[in-house]
Design a protein around this ligand. Structure first.
Ligand code: 6PG
Length: 236
């Protein structure tokens, strides 16, 4: 595991963009699972402005590690956020966007997306393998849409599961732990002081770290990188 700590979220965004551009530079078929929430917004803006016309996007296929069960036009939609901050600003073939259909019935959509991953991605011991999985972490220690109150979903046999947000009750479709830990590379993008407590517990193996899904992220490849700002990294 590698921990990269930068001054602020703008520096995190620029450093991650350089890392991403280097990673995809010599690839002609690259499959990446994106995170949702708010942290990626600035990062996607920087990717688009800095590398928009420098990366051959036709080689890159985009998926999501999780999606909120809402329409793609809804402000809660991770797809909508990504379209506004990245896709609308780059030359990306539509067929390279593999959206979780948040507007569909959650269980059926989880199965459909599981099948799509099996068809589109190489498999390792039957588990679809992404080239890169990008994750965020909630201030409750959740990642993708695997929340502490449903941590058993991490071990589900289904590549994609239906989860429930602990406060809003909102349904989510999320990849499971096996898909995350089978990825060739996994990156955490974590910024802001509200994440510092869980970052401290997870990295120092104290407090309730065992109850946080983010603690279970341990790709078999060993390639795990945390990109953080000083606020999130706090005392580690
Ligand atoms: C989502 C995410 C989720 C997110 C964390 C952090 O759909 O909400 O994929 O796992 O990464 O909740 O969210 P913020 O970046 O908004 O803090």
């Amino acid at each position: 595991m590698e921990v990269k700590i930068y001054k602020d979220k703008i520096e995190v965004a620029h450093e991650f963009c350089n890392y991403f551009a280097d990673l995809v530079a010599d690839k002609n078929d690259f499959h990446v699972a994106l995170s949702g929430g708010s942290t990626p917004k600035l990062i996607f803006d920087v990717v688009a402005s800095k590398y928009g016309n420098k990366i051959d996007w036709s080689n890159i296929h985009f998926y999501w590690g999780d999606e909120r069960c809402v329409a793609p036009t809804d402000d809660q939609s991770n797809y909508k956020m990504t379209h506004e901050h990245l896709f609308s600003k780059i030359e990306l073939p539509k067929e390279n966007i593999h959206r979780i259909l948040g507007e569909n019935e959650p269980k059926g959509e989880a199965m459909r997306y599981s099948n799509l991953l099996e068809i589109n991605l190489d498999r390792v011991e039957g588990i679809p393998q992404f080239d890169l999985v990008i994750l965020g972490m909630g201030d409750d220690g959740h990642t993708a849409s695997i929340f502490p109150h449903e941590i058993d979903l991490w071990h589900s046999k289904d590549h994609c599961v239906v989860a429930t947000h602990p406060d809003s009750g909102q349904k989510r479709v999320s990849i499971n732990g096996a898909v995350i830990n089978t990825a060739k590379e996994v990156v955490f993008l974590v910024t802001g002081k509200n994440k510092a407590e869980k970052v401290d517990e997870i990295h120092n193996k104290n407090g309730n770290f065992k109850s946080y899904p983010a603690t279970l992220v341990a790709p078999k490849s060993g390639k795990l990188t945390w990109f953080m700002d000083e606020e999130a990294a706090g005392s580690i």
